[in-house]
Each structure stands twice: as C-alpha cells, then as structure tokens.
Design a protein around this ligand. Structure first.
Ligand SMILES: Cc1cc2nc3c(=O)[nH]c(=O)nc-3n(C[C@H](O)[C@H](O)[C@H](O)COP(=O)(O)OP(=O)(O)OC[C@H]3O[C@@H](n4cnc5c(N)ncnc54)[C@H](O)[C@@H]3O)c2cc1C
Length: 416
C-alpha cells in the first residue's frame, strides 16, 4: 500500500447519506478517503420527504454546513382526521420536515471529486493484519487501513462478512409520494398545508406533511406535500403482484416507481377515497408518481471488528416510524470518527468500542420503531400473537410517538 499522509487511508463503500457523512468527517479529521458508489447517476434525484432531528443538524453543523430556514419546512400542529374529514385529535409538536436531497446535496458538494468514484461497486474484500484489500466491479483493487460499509440495507459488505444478518419483512409497506403545493386547490391548501395530518383507518397509518419542493425550494407556493401511508400487505399473496410490471415480470420485493402498473396506482388512489379523510384522499389523488417501499427490520450481531465497520442502514434498519434513519447514519459516522480519534493508531481498538456503542444504539432504535409499528403490524390479529409490550393504539399515542424528538425517548437519549 502506498504510504499515506495523515491518519491513514479509509475506503467507504456507498456514497449515499451514511457514506458521505463518514467520508466528510474522516477527511476533516485528517484521513485520506475514497468513496466507491455503485450508482452512476445523480443520487439527488432519489428520495422523498424526511422528518429531521436536532442531532442530525448538529452533525451537519460540525461539518460546517449552515442550518437555516432553507433546511426544511417548520410545522407545529399535528392533526388526526376521521373518515368524514372531522378533527379527531390535535397536538402541538414543533418539527422541521426536510427532503432527502436537501441533506444529500451539501454533503456531496463538500466532498472533493478525487475522493468519489461513482459507478463502481464492491465485489469482495480480504482482511490482512495491516490492511484491507478490496476488489471492485471494474476489475481494479484498492487497499486501506479502514474499510467502511455504508452500502445500505442490502449491503454487499455485510452479506460477505455476516451472511446471516438479513432484512426481515415486517408485513406492511409504505406508499409514498409528494404533490406540488402549486397544484393544491385553495380550500385544500388552507386545511392541509400548514399541518402534519394523520389518517388512522383500521390497522393503517397515513402521515402527510409539508416538505421542500423541487430544487429544495421552501418558499410558500413552491413546497411539496409528502405522503407516507403504511398498509398491511401479505408477502406471498399481495406483494409479488404489486412488484410486477406491465409485462408480468416480478421485480422481487420492490419495483422502480415508473414500472408500477397504472392499474395499481388507480387502485391505491381509489382506496384512499374509501378509507381516508376526503382532504387527504384528494391531495393523494394529485400525487404524480406514488411509489411504495416494503418495510423491514434489520439487526446485525457485529458492526465493527478488526479494520472493517458498518454504519447507517448497512448496520441496522429501523422501521421509519421514529424518522431517525438519516440521523442514525450521521450519528454512527460521528461516533466512528470520535472513537478513531480517541485511539490514535489503534483502528481495531477504536472499532471495538464503536461496535459496542453503536450496536447498542441500533438495537434500541429497532426495538422502539418495532413498538410503534406494532400499531400496523398487529392490528386485527389474534391477541395471543401480540407482543407483551404494545404501544396503546389511541390517536394521541400515534401523534405523540411518530418522529418524536430523540431527546424525549429516554432509552435513546441516555446513549447520546
Ligand atoms: C418509507 C421510509 C420513510 C423514511 N423516512 C425517514 C425519515 O423521515 N427520516 C429519516 O431520517 N430517515 C427516513 N428513512 C430512512 C432513510 O432513508 C435511511 O435510513 C437512510 O437513507 C440510510 O442511509 P444509508 O446511507 O445508510 O443507506 P442508503 O441510502 O441505502 O445508501 C446505500 C448506498 O450504497 C450504494 N451501494 C449499495 N451496494 C453497493 C456496493 N456493493 N458497492 C458500492 N456502493 C453500493 C447504494 O447505491 C446507495 O447509494 C425512511 C425510510 C423509508 C423506507
């Protein structure tokens, strides 16, 4: 391996949010960094609205990213609407709703081009006492002192290293989509746009909230309204049909949004009118390209050892109910660099500490989101199947727990 200046050479697999947080933090602390990202297109076109947490902004600030009013749309009022459109419950919860791309763009912009190689995937790696050698999809090899897997829920690195840790489908999907504020009729706009709206039909959960619009625009009139609608969906009798394109080809447990069959979109929009408040259904109807994602739990038994570490969704995936996937990826990356700084020249020692700390946190996040998601998973199922500890299903619990500030979740706050 070529001698490197500074603290050593790190390779990061995956150039999405987790990978970019890690790469930028390592660079700032004196590491030489290379990111290999499988996708060759601009990732900023991906993603939808996200809830944020103060802890996410703290890591962004540490990198010198300005957090001001352009970071998202502030919303204070949560309201649950009944099927007839009447107000069931309301709660004041200040939160900033942002967009995946709004977090991604400044992270990508600050990483020097020489550190980022798109269109290149990890294929294999070999650990040696003094280095790790990676094999890449273009046939080349590279070497490093530290290898980081930030390659998401289907992580190649994790599947080579820890093949038994696999995502487990939890029995429901999330329909998602964003409609443009400019397309909202005025009466609907007045009711929905300032609010975080909930719809709670039997065993389902619809969340709808304002987010930055195209180009991360937060100006009134240019924002978006984002939907996340959790619906029980049988893995064998329903999901394969949803994931089949117009030619009949099933794409597994996910499908690219443009390939979702028009009749599937028509059907979900029709269902919206049958089970949701008319205001929410009307807005969902105006969503140009609804898409869905299957929801999984993923727990790893080891996330770091020797010279190899996992972070973000590659390490643990919690259901999205606490809205902390991006924040967890940022906090994983921060803890990793902090442990490396605390043990200069001892990568294995630093990673051993990181493994204990962040595995503990990841497990707690998964448990918490499983508890909240029980609302969708267990509703209508025989009582004897229910876990002992269930979140009470009243609307006030749902409105309080979804995307709650991490500082208010005792078992997580204790570990931050
Ligand atoms: C319905 C839903 C709603 C959500 N809402 C929120 C929310 O409100 N707030 C929030 O914080 N989070 C939310 N999340 C979670 C959030 O999107 C993820 O937790 C977060 O994006 C994880 O980032 P990551 O970088 O770890 O992984 P990913 O974003 O999955 O990135 C992995 C990257 O690795 C690349 N890659 C994969 N394999 C290889 C390989 N072999 N070689 C090279 N590159 C590779 C991929 O191309 C990809 O770019 C939500 C998720 C879902 C499903």
């Amino acid at each position: 391996m070529e001698p490197t200046k500074g603290k050593g050479r790190a390779i990061v697999i995956g150039g999405s949010l987790g990978g970019l947080f890690a790469a930028n933090l390592l660079l700032a602390r004196g590491w030489d960094v290379k990111v290999y990202e499988r996708a060759s297109d601009d990732l900023a076109t991906r993603g939808a609205g996200i809830g944020t947490h103060e802890e996410l902004f703290a890591v962004m600030r540490e990198l010198g990213i300005t957090i001001d009013q352009t970071i998202g749309v502030a919303v204070n009022r949560r309201m649950c609407l009944a099927l007839d459109g009447s107000l069931v419950y309301e709660l004041t919860v200040p939160q900033v709703m942002s967009a995946w791309a709004r977090v991604y763009r400044p992270l990508k912009a600050m990483l020097p081009d020489r550190c980022y190689r798109p269109g290149t995937a990890l294929k294999a790696f070999t650990e040696h006492a003094d280095r790790v050698v990676v094999e890449l999809s273009d046939g080349s090899r590279d070497e490093c002192d530290l290898l980081i897997g930030a390659d998401g829920i289907r992580s190649t690195l994790r599947s080579i290293w820890q093949p038994t840790a696999q995502p487990v489908y939890v029995g429901y999907i999330a329909w998602r989509g964003v409609m443009q504020e400019s397309a909202m009729p005025p009466a609907l706009h007045a009711q929905l746009m300032p609010n975080y709206a909930f719809g709670l039909p039997e065993g389902e959960m619809m969340l709808a909230y304002p987010v930055p619009g195209k180009g991360d625009d937060v100006r009134p009139g240019h924002r978006g309204y984002n939907f996340v609608w959790y619906r029980p969906t049988d893995e064998h009798s329903q999901l394969p049909d949803l994931c089949s394109d117009a030619t009949g080809r099933c794409h597994g447990q996910s499908i690219a949004p443009p390939l979702i069959r028009p009749e599937v979109i028509r059907s979900i929009k029709k269902t919206a009118h049958e089970v949701l408040a008319p205001q929410i259904a009307e807005a969902f109807e105006l969503t140009e390209q609804p898409f869905f994602q299957a929801i999984y739990d993923l727990e790893s038994t080891t996330i770091a050892k020797g010279r190899v570490a996992l972070l973000g969704d590659a390490a643990f995936v919690a259901r999205p109910h606490i809205g902390a996937g991006v924040s967890k990826a940022a906090l994983d990356a921060l803890d990793l660099v902090n442990q490396l700084d605390a043990a200069p020249g001892d990568v294995a020692g630093a990673l051993a500490t990181y493994d204990v700390r962040r595995r503990n946190f990841g497990s707690k996040v998964v448990q918490r989101s499983r508890w909240v998601g029980g609302y969708v998973q267990w509703h209508g199922k025989p009582k004897h199947l229910h876990p002992d500890n269930m979140m009470p299903s009243a609307p006030e619990n749902v409105l309080r727990e979804i995307g709650a500030p991490l500082a208010k979740i005792k078992e997580l706050h204790e570990m931050m």
